[in-house]
Write a protein that binds this ligand. Sequence first.
Ligand code: S3P
Length: 429
Amino acid sequence: MSHSTISLNKAARLRGEMTVPGDKSISHRAVMFGSLAEGTTEITNFLQGADCLSTIDCFRKMGIEIENTPERILIRGRGLHGLSAPSSILDTGNSGTTTRLISGILAAQPFETTLTGDASIQKRPMRRIIEPLSMMGADIASVNGNDCAPLHIAGGKLHGIHYHSKIASAQVKSAILLAGLYADGTTGVTEPALSRNHTEIMLRCFGADVTSEGLTASVRPNPTLRGQKIVVPGDISSAAFFIAAALIVPGAELLIRDVGINPTRDGILRVAKAMGGDITCLHVRNDGEPTADLLVRHSALHGVTIEGGIIPTLIDELPVINIMAACAEGTTVIRNAEDLRAKESNRIDVMAEYLRAMGCDITPTPDGMIIAGGRPLHGTLIDPHMDHRIAMTFAIAALVAEGRTEIADGEIVNVSYPHFYEELARLTR
Ligand code: S3P
Protein backbone atom coordinates (compact mmCIF):
# COMPACT_ATOMS: atom_id res chain seq x y z
CA MET A 1 0.00 0.00 0.00
CA SER A 2 1.30 3.47 -0.80
CA HIS A 3 1.58 5.93 2.05
CA SER A 4 0.40 9.18 0.59
CA THR A 5 0.52 12.46 2.44
CA ILE A 6 -2.59 14.62 2.05
CA SER A 7 -2.19 18.42 2.12
CA LEU A 8 -5.07 20.65 3.16
CA ASN A 9 -5.53 24.40 3.50
CA LYS A 10 -7.96 26.69 5.24
CA ALA A 11 -11.40 26.69 3.59
CA ALA A 12 -12.92 29.90 2.26
CA ARG A 13 -16.37 28.29 2.04
CA LEU A 14 -18.36 25.09 2.65
CA ARG A 15 -21.69 24.71 0.93
CA GLY A 16 -23.89 22.17 -0.81
CA GLU A 17 -25.65 18.84 -0.50
CA MET A 18 -24.25 15.38 0.06
CA THR A 19 -24.88 11.83 1.15
CA VAL A 20 -22.41 9.86 3.26
CA PRO A 21 -21.44 6.19 2.82
CA GLY A 22 -23.49 3.45 4.46
CA ASP A 23 -23.25 2.84 8.19
CA LYS A 24 -20.21 0.74 9.10
CA SER A 25 -21.76 -1.03 12.10
CA ILE A 26 -24.92 -1.92 10.14
CA SER A 27 -22.97 -3.03 7.04
CA HIS A 28 -20.88 -5.48 9.09
CA ARG A 29 -23.94 -6.95 10.77
CA ALA A 30 -25.86 -7.31 7.52
CA VAL A 31 -23.06 -9.47 6.08
CA MET A 32 -22.74 -11.57 9.23
CA PHE A 33 -26.44 -12.19 9.78
CA GLY A 34 -27.05 -12.74 6.06
CA SER A 35 -24.37 -15.44 6.11
CA LEU A 36 -26.10 -17.19 9.05
CA ALA A 37 -29.58 -16.88 7.53
CA GLU A 38 -31.38 -19.24 5.20
CA GLY A 39 -31.93 -17.82 1.73
CA THR A 40 -30.63 -14.72 0.07
CA THR A 41 -29.87 -11.41 1.74
CA GLU A 42 -29.64 -8.29 -0.41
CA ILE A 43 -27.84 -5.26 0.97
CA THR A 44 -27.96 -1.84 -0.67
CA ASN A 45 -25.95 1.25 0.28
CA PHE A 46 -23.40 -1.13 1.81
CA LEU A 47 -20.20 0.57 3.01
CA GLN A 48 -17.45 -0.44 0.59
CA GLY A 49 -14.78 0.46 3.14
CA ALA A 50 -11.83 -1.75 4.02
CA ASP A 51 -13.34 -2.81 7.37
CA CYS A 52 -16.57 -4.18 5.90
CA LEU A 53 -14.66 -5.81 3.05
CA SER A 54 -12.68 -7.67 5.74
CA THR A 55 -15.97 -9.06 7.07
CA ILE A 56 -17.00 -10.22 3.58
CA ASP A 57 -13.60 -11.84 3.10
CA CYS A 58 -13.89 -13.78 6.40
CA PHE A 59 -17.32 -15.22 5.53
CA ARG A 60 -16.23 -16.10 1.99
CA LYS A 61 -13.37 -18.06 3.58
CA MET A 62 -15.99 -19.98 5.55
CA GLY A 63 -17.81 -21.04 2.41
CA ILE A 64 -20.42 -18.31 2.01
CA GLU A 65 -21.05 -17.10 -1.52
CA ILE A 66 -21.11 -13.30 -1.51
CA GLU A 67 -21.54 -11.27 -4.68
CA ASN A 68 -20.29 -7.69 -4.41
CA THR A 69 -21.31 -5.23 -7.12
CA PRO A 70 -21.50 -1.42 -6.87
CA GLU A 71 -25.33 -1.64 -6.72
CA ARG A 72 -25.74 -4.30 -4.07
CA ILE A 73 -24.34 -7.17 -2.04
CA LEU A 74 -25.99 -10.57 -2.46
CA ILE A 75 -25.35 -13.20 0.17
CA ARG A 76 -26.40 -16.83 -0.26
CA GLY A 77 -26.86 -17.67 3.41
CA ARG A 78 -26.35 -21.25 4.56
CA GLY A 79 -28.19 -21.09 7.88
CA LEU A 80 -26.98 -20.97 11.49
CA HIS A 81 -24.98 -24.20 11.05
CA GLY A 82 -23.83 -23.69 7.47
CA LEU A 83 -20.32 -22.25 7.89
CA SER A 84 -17.37 -24.42 6.95
CA ALA A 85 -13.82 -24.45 8.33
CA PRO A 86 -11.63 -21.83 6.63
CA SER A 87 -8.47 -23.17 4.99
CA SER A 88 -6.39 -20.25 6.25
CA ILE A 89 -6.19 -17.66 9.02
CA LEU A 90 -9.08 -15.17 9.03
CA ASP A 91 -7.74 -11.65 8.43
CA THR A 92 -9.83 -8.95 10.08
CA GLY A 93 -7.62 -6.09 8.86
CA ASN A 94 -8.09 -2.90 10.91
CA SER A 95 -11.58 -3.88 12.07
CA GLY A 96 -12.43 -4.28 15.75
CA THR A 97 -16.07 -4.96 14.89
CA THR A 98 -15.15 -7.86 12.60
CA THR A 99 -12.71 -9.30 15.13
CA ARG A 100 -15.00 -9.15 18.15
CA LEU A 101 -18.36 -10.03 16.58
CA ILE A 102 -17.01 -12.90 14.52
CA SER A 103 -15.39 -14.35 17.66
CA GLY A 104 -18.86 -14.83 19.14
CA ILE A 105 -19.90 -16.81 16.06
CA LEU A 106 -16.66 -18.81 15.83
CA ALA A 107 -16.90 -19.78 19.51
CA ALA A 108 -19.83 -22.03 18.60
CA GLN A 109 -18.62 -23.60 15.34
CA PRO A 110 -17.56 -27.27 15.12
CA PHE A 111 -14.10 -26.28 13.79
CA GLU A 112 -11.01 -24.39 14.86
CA THR A 113 -10.03 -20.96 13.59
CA THR A 114 -7.25 -18.45 14.06
CA LEU A 115 -7.98 -14.82 13.40
CA THR A 116 -5.79 -11.77 13.37
CA GLY A 117 -5.54 -8.32 11.83
CA ASP A 118 -3.15 -5.43 11.23
CA ALA A 119 -0.70 -3.88 13.71
CA SER A 120 -3.46 -1.71 15.23
CA ILE A 121 -5.82 -4.67 15.77
CA GLN A 122 -3.01 -6.66 17.36
CA LYS A 123 -2.75 -4.02 20.09
CA ARG A 124 -6.46 -3.81 20.92
CA PRO A 125 -7.89 -5.45 24.05
CA MET A 126 -9.65 -8.78 23.50
CA ARG A 127 -9.99 -9.83 27.15
CA ARG A 128 -13.38 -8.11 27.04
CA ILE A 129 -14.69 -10.85 24.72
CA ILE A 130 -12.41 -13.70 25.84
CA GLU A 131 -13.84 -13.49 29.38
CA PRO A 132 -17.59 -13.73 28.64
CA LEU A 133 -17.17 -16.22 25.78
CA SER A 134 -15.05 -18.44 28.07
CA MET A 135 -17.79 -18.22 30.70
CA MET A 136 -20.16 -19.60 28.06
CA GLY A 137 -17.81 -22.57 27.63
CA ALA A 138 -15.85 -21.36 24.60
CA ASP A 139 -12.25 -22.37 24.03
CA ILE A 140 -10.75 -19.02 23.01
CA ALA A 141 -7.20 -17.88 23.64
CA SER A 142 -4.84 -15.07 22.74
CA VAL A 143 -2.06 -16.85 20.81
CA ASN A 144 0.70 -14.63 22.26
CA GLY A 145 -0.81 -14.60 25.74
CA ASN A 146 -1.19 -10.79 25.73
CA ASP A 147 -5.02 -10.70 25.52
CA CYS A 148 -4.79 -9.36 21.97
CA ALA A 149 -5.13 -10.93 18.51
CA PRO A 150 -4.12 -13.36 17.05
CA LEU A 151 -6.91 -15.35 18.67
CA HIS A 152 -7.26 -19.10 18.44
CA ILE A 153 -10.83 -20.36 18.78
CA ALA A 154 -11.83 -24.01 19.04
CA GLY A 155 -15.60 -23.94 18.84
CA GLY A 156 -17.89 -26.10 20.89
CA LYS A 157 -21.04 -26.36 22.99
CA LEU A 158 -22.00 -23.14 24.74
CA HIS A 159 -24.19 -22.36 27.76
CA GLY A 160 -26.45 -19.39 28.13
CA ILE A 161 -25.18 -16.87 30.67
CA HIS A 162 -26.25 -13.53 32.03
CA TYR A 163 -23.27 -11.25 31.69
CA HIS A 164 -22.84 -7.95 33.51
CA SER A 165 -20.40 -5.99 31.35
CA LYS A 166 -18.16 -3.41 32.98
CA ILE A 167 -18.02 -1.40 29.76
CA ALA A 168 -20.74 -0.12 27.46
CA SER A 169 -19.58 -1.82 24.27
CA ALA A 170 -21.76 -2.94 21.38
CA GLN A 171 -18.95 -5.16 20.17
CA VAL A 172 -18.85 -7.04 23.48
CA LYS A 173 -22.65 -7.17 23.73
CA SER A 174 -22.96 -8.40 20.14
CA ALA A 175 -20.25 -11.09 20.49
CA ILE A 176 -22.15 -12.52 23.47
CA LEU A 177 -25.57 -12.32 21.80
CA LEU A 178 -24.23 -14.00 18.64
CA ALA A 179 -22.70 -16.82 20.72
CA GLY A 180 -26.07 -16.95 22.47
CA LEU A 181 -27.75 -17.96 19.20
CA TYR A 182 -25.95 -21.30 19.66
CA ALA A 183 -26.22 -21.69 23.47
CA ASP A 184 -28.31 -24.17 25.44
CA GLY A 185 -30.49 -21.50 27.06
CA THR A 186 -31.23 -17.78 27.08
CA THR A 187 -28.23 -15.43 27.03
CA GLY A 188 -28.41 -11.92 28.44
CA VAL A 189 -26.07 -8.93 28.65
CA THR A 190 -26.47 -5.96 30.98
CA GLU A 191 -24.35 -2.88 30.28
CA PRO A 192 -23.52 0.14 32.47
CA ALA A 193 -24.98 2.42 29.74
CA LEU A 194 -26.79 1.55 26.53
CA SER A 195 -24.43 0.98 23.59
CA ARG A 196 -25.58 0.98 19.94
CA ASN A 197 -28.41 -1.50 19.45
CA HIS A 198 -28.07 -2.40 15.75
CA THR A 199 -27.47 -6.08 16.56
CA GLU A 200 -30.72 -6.31 18.52
CA ILE A 201 -32.75 -4.49 15.84
CA MET A 202 -31.33 -6.42 12.90
CA LEU A 203 -31.30 -9.87 14.53
CA ARG A 204 -35.00 -9.38 15.31
CA CYS A 205 -35.59 -8.44 11.70
CA PHE A 206 -33.91 -11.72 10.59
CA GLY A 207 -36.27 -13.64 12.91
CA ALA A 208 -34.31 -14.10 16.15
CA ASP A 209 -36.05 -13.82 19.51
CA VAL A 210 -34.25 -10.82 21.00
CA THR A 211 -35.59 -8.72 23.84
CA SER A 212 -34.33 -5.37 25.05
CA GLU A 213 -35.28 -3.98 28.45
CA GLY A 214 -33.43 -0.95 29.74
CA LEU A 215 -29.73 -1.81 29.83
CA THR A 216 -30.28 -5.54 29.22
CA ALA A 217 -30.52 -7.38 25.90
CA SER A 218 -31.32 -11.09 25.74
CA VAL A 219 -31.50 -13.71 23.02
CA ARG A 220 -33.07 -17.18 22.88
CA PRO A 221 -31.07 -19.86 21.08
CA ASN A 222 -31.59 -21.72 17.85
CA PRO A 223 -33.71 -19.39 15.75
CA THR A 224 -34.21 -19.90 12.05
CA LEU A 225 -32.83 -16.73 10.52
CA ARG A 226 -34.32 -15.78 7.16
CA GLY A 227 -32.60 -13.73 4.44
CA GLN A 228 -33.64 -10.06 4.31
CA LYS A 229 -33.46 -6.98 2.13
CA ILE A 230 -31.45 -4.39 3.97
CA VAL A 231 -31.05 -0.74 3.04
CA VAL A 232 -28.15 0.63 5.04
CA PRO A 233 -28.66 4.22 6.27
CA GLY A 234 -25.86 6.77 5.91
CA ASP A 235 -23.29 6.57 8.70
CA ILE A 236 -23.76 9.32 11.29
CA SER A 237 -20.14 8.71 12.32
CA SER A 238 -19.07 9.71 8.79
CA ALA A 239 -21.59 12.57 8.65
CA ALA A 240 -20.06 13.81 11.93
CA PHE A 241 -16.98 15.14 10.11
CA PHE A 242 -19.12 17.24 7.78
CA ILE A 243 -21.48 18.31 10.59
CA ALA A 244 -18.46 19.63 12.49
CA ALA A 245 -17.07 21.24 9.32
CA ALA A 246 -20.33 23.08 8.61
CA LEU A 247 -20.55 24.30 12.22
CA ILE A 248 -17.02 25.78 12.26
CA VAL A 249 -16.42 27.16 8.74
CA PRO A 250 -17.74 30.75 8.57
CA GLY A 251 -20.81 31.08 6.35
CA ALA A 252 -21.18 27.33 5.82
CA GLU A 253 -24.48 25.62 5.04
CA LEU A 254 -24.74 21.89 4.29
CA LEU A 255 -27.55 19.43 3.69
CA ILE A 256 -26.58 15.82 4.47
CA ARG A 257 -29.22 13.40 3.23
CA ASP A 258 -30.29 9.95 4.54
CA VAL A 259 -28.30 9.81 7.76
CA GLY A 260 -29.06 7.17 10.41
CA ILE A 261 -30.17 8.90 13.64
CA ASN A 262 -30.72 5.88 15.91
CA PRO A 263 -30.90 7.33 19.47
CA THR A 264 -27.97 5.07 20.52
CA ARG A 265 -25.86 6.91 17.91
CA ASP A 266 -27.14 10.50 17.84
CA GLY A 267 -25.12 12.00 20.72
CA ILE A 268 -23.22 14.24 18.30
CA LEU A 269 -26.49 15.97 17.35
CA ARG A 270 -27.47 16.50 20.97
CA VAL A 271 -24.02 17.82 21.92
CA ALA A 272 -23.76 20.04 18.84
CA LYS A 273 -27.13 21.60 19.69
CA ALA A 274 -26.10 22.06 23.34
CA MET A 275 -22.98 23.89 22.08
CA GLY A 276 -25.23 26.29 20.13
CA GLY A 277 -25.04 24.47 16.80
CA ASP A 278 -27.73 25.17 14.20
CA ILE A 279 -28.82 21.66 13.09
CA THR A 280 -32.27 20.76 11.81
CA CYS A 281 -33.48 17.18 11.24
CA LEU A 282 -35.71 17.12 8.15
CA HIS A 283 -37.78 14.36 6.64
CA VAL A 284 -37.42 12.00 9.64
CA ARG A 285 -38.50 8.43 8.83
CA ASN A 286 -38.20 5.02 10.47
CA ASP A 287 -37.80 1.70 8.67
CA GLY A 288 -36.35 -0.18 11.64
CA GLU A 289 -33.44 2.24 11.82
CA PRO A 290 -34.51 5.90 11.95
CA THR A 291 -33.02 8.23 9.33
CA ALA A 292 -33.23 11.94 8.50
CA ASP A 293 -31.73 14.67 6.35
CA LEU A 294 -29.57 17.03 8.38
CA LEU A 295 -29.36 20.74 7.62
CA VAL A 296 -26.31 22.25 9.33
CA ARG A 297 -25.28 25.92 9.37
CA HIS A 298 -22.23 27.72 10.69
CA SER A 299 -22.75 28.62 14.36
CA ALA A 300 -21.06 30.41 17.24
CA LEU A 301 -20.31 27.46 19.52
CA HIS A 302 -19.71 27.44 23.27
CA GLY A 303 -18.09 24.86 25.53
CA VAL A 304 -20.06 22.09 27.31
CA THR A 305 -19.49 19.14 29.63
CA ILE A 306 -19.93 15.72 27.99
CA GLU A 307 -20.16 12.78 30.40
CA GLY A 308 -22.20 9.80 31.57
CA GLY A 309 -24.77 7.90 29.53
CA ILE A 310 -24.37 10.03 26.41
CA ILE A 311 -20.75 8.88 25.93
CA PRO A 312 -21.50 5.55 24.14
CA THR A 313 -23.85 7.39 21.75
CA LEU A 314 -20.99 9.59 20.46
CA ILE A 315 -17.87 7.57 21.29
CA ASP A 316 -16.57 7.52 17.70
CA GLU A 317 -17.40 11.21 17.23
CA LEU A 318 -15.37 12.49 20.21
CA PRO A 319 -12.24 13.21 18.14
CA VAL A 320 -14.12 15.56 15.82
CA ILE A 321 -16.12 16.97 18.75
CA ASN A 322 -12.67 17.99 20.06
CA ILE A 323 -12.31 20.21 16.98
CA MET A 324 -15.72 21.79 17.62
CA ALA A 325 -14.58 22.39 21.22
CA ALA A 326 -11.31 23.95 20.02
CA CYS A 327 -13.38 26.42 17.94
CA ALA A 328 -15.91 27.13 20.73
CA GLU A 329 -15.85 29.92 23.29
CA GLY A 330 -15.17 28.60 26.79
CA THR A 331 -14.19 25.22 28.14
CA THR A 332 -15.35 21.76 27.08
CA VAL A 333 -14.86 18.89 29.53
CA ILE A 334 -15.14 15.27 28.37
CA ARG A 335 -15.35 12.57 31.06
CA ASN A 336 -16.13 8.84 31.31
CA ALA A 337 -14.60 8.21 27.88
CA GLU A 338 -11.62 6.05 28.95
CA ASP A 339 -12.46 3.57 26.19
CA LEU A 340 -11.15 6.16 23.72
CA ARG A 341 -7.73 4.79 24.69
CA ALA A 342 -8.71 1.36 23.28
CA LYS A 343 -9.84 2.43 19.80
CA GLU A 344 -7.87 2.16 16.52
CA SER A 345 -5.37 4.45 18.29
CA ASN A 346 -5.18 5.88 21.81
CA ARG A 347 -7.51 8.73 20.86
CA ILE A 348 -6.98 10.70 24.09
CA ASP A 349 -3.21 10.91 23.70
CA VAL A 350 -3.22 11.31 19.92
CA MET A 351 -5.82 14.12 20.01
CA ALA A 352 -3.91 15.90 22.78
CA GLU A 353 -0.59 15.64 20.94
CA TYR A 354 -1.77 17.02 17.61
CA LEU A 355 -4.37 19.52 18.78
CA ARG A 356 -1.66 21.01 20.99
CA ALA A 357 0.69 21.05 17.99
CA MET A 358 -1.98 23.09 16.16
CA GLY A 359 -2.10 25.65 18.99
CA CYS A 360 -5.10 24.41 20.97
CA ASP A 361 -5.18 24.43 24.77
CA ILE A 362 -6.01 20.76 25.50
CA THR A 363 -5.27 18.72 28.61
CA PRO A 364 -5.66 14.94 28.42
CA THR A 365 -7.11 13.22 31.48
CA PRO A 366 -7.35 9.48 32.28
CA ASP A 367 -10.93 9.35 30.98
CA GLY A 368 -11.20 12.22 28.52
CA MET A 369 -9.88 15.71 27.91
CA ILE A 370 -10.35 19.38 28.83
CA ILE A 371 -10.28 21.88 25.99
CA ALA A 372 -10.17 25.64 26.50
CA GLY A 373 -11.55 26.78 23.16
CA GLY A 374 -11.13 29.89 21.09
CA ARG A 375 -7.40 29.91 20.35
CA PRO A 376 -6.46 30.20 16.66
CA LEU A 377 -5.24 26.93 15.10
CA HIS A 378 -2.35 26.55 12.70
CA GLY A 379 -1.46 23.69 10.36
CA THR A 380 1.05 20.97 11.20
CA LEU A 381 2.02 17.41 10.14
CA ILE A 382 -0.29 14.73 11.55
CA ASP A 383 0.50 11.02 11.90
CA PRO A 384 -2.93 9.36 12.24
CA HIS A 385 -1.52 6.25 13.95
CA MET A 386 -3.45 3.86 11.62
CA ASP A 387 -6.68 5.51 12.77
CA HIS A 388 -9.12 6.58 10.03
CA ARG A 389 -11.08 8.87 12.35
CA ILE A 390 -7.94 10.70 13.49
CA ALA A 391 -7.04 11.40 9.84
CA MET A 392 -10.53 12.75 9.07
CA THR A 393 -10.69 14.74 12.32
CA PHE A 394 -7.55 16.69 11.42
CA ALA A 395 -8.72 17.17 7.84
CA ILE A 396 -11.65 19.07 9.42
CA ALA A 397 -9.35 21.02 11.76
CA ALA A 398 -7.37 22.00 8.64
CA LEU A 399 -10.41 23.89 7.30
CA VAL A 400 -10.04 26.53 10.03
CA ALA A 401 -6.26 26.39 10.56
CA GLU A 402 -3.79 28.98 9.23
CA GLY A 403 -1.25 27.52 6.83
CA ARG A 404 -0.99 23.97 5.57
CA THR A 405 -2.06 20.81 7.41
CA GLU A 406 -0.49 17.57 6.20
CA ILE A 407 -1.83 14.14 6.99
CA ALA A 408 0.66 11.30 6.58
CA ASP A 409 -0.80 7.92 5.56
CA GLY A 410 -3.90 9.83 4.49
CA GLU A 411 -5.44 6.84 2.71
CA ILE A 412 -6.23 5.22 6.07
CA VAL A 413 -9.63 6.95 5.65
CA ASN A 414 -10.52 4.09 3.25
CA VAL A 415 -11.27 2.00 6.34
CA SER A 416 -14.63 3.75 6.70
CA TYR A 417 -14.91 6.55 4.13
CA PRO A 418 -13.52 6.03 0.62
CA HIS A 419 -13.66 9.37 -1.32
CA PHE A 420 -13.65 11.41 1.90
CA TYR A 421 -11.09 13.93 0.62
CA GLU A 422 -12.83 14.23 -2.76
CA GLU A 423 -16.12 15.07 -1.01
CA LEU A 424 -14.39 17.62 1.20
CA ALA A 425 -12.72 19.20 -1.84
CA ARG A 426 -16.01 19.32 -3.78
CA LEU A 427 -17.91 21.06 -0.97
CA THR A 428 -15.18 23.60 -0.21
CA ARG A 429 -14.49 24.52 -3.84
C1 S3P B 1 -19.01 -0.63 17.10
C2 S3P B 1 -18.98 -0.39 18.44
C3 S3P B 1 -18.10 0.61 19.08
C4 S3P B 1 -17.56 1.60 18.06
C5 S3P B 1 -17.06 0.93 16.83
C6 S3P B 1 -18.17 0.13 16.16
C7 S3P B 1 -19.92 -1.67 16.59
O1 S3P B 1 -17.01 -0.05 19.67
O2 S3P B 1 -16.53 2.38 18.64
O3 S3P B 1 -16.55 1.86 15.91
O4 S3P B 1 -20.13 -1.74 15.36
O5 S3P B 1 -20.43 -2.46 17.40
P1 S3P B 1 -17.09 -0.64 21.17
O6 S3P B 1 -18.07 -1.76 21.18
O7 S3P B 1 -15.68 -1.11 21.45
O8 S3P B 1 -17.51 0.51 22.04
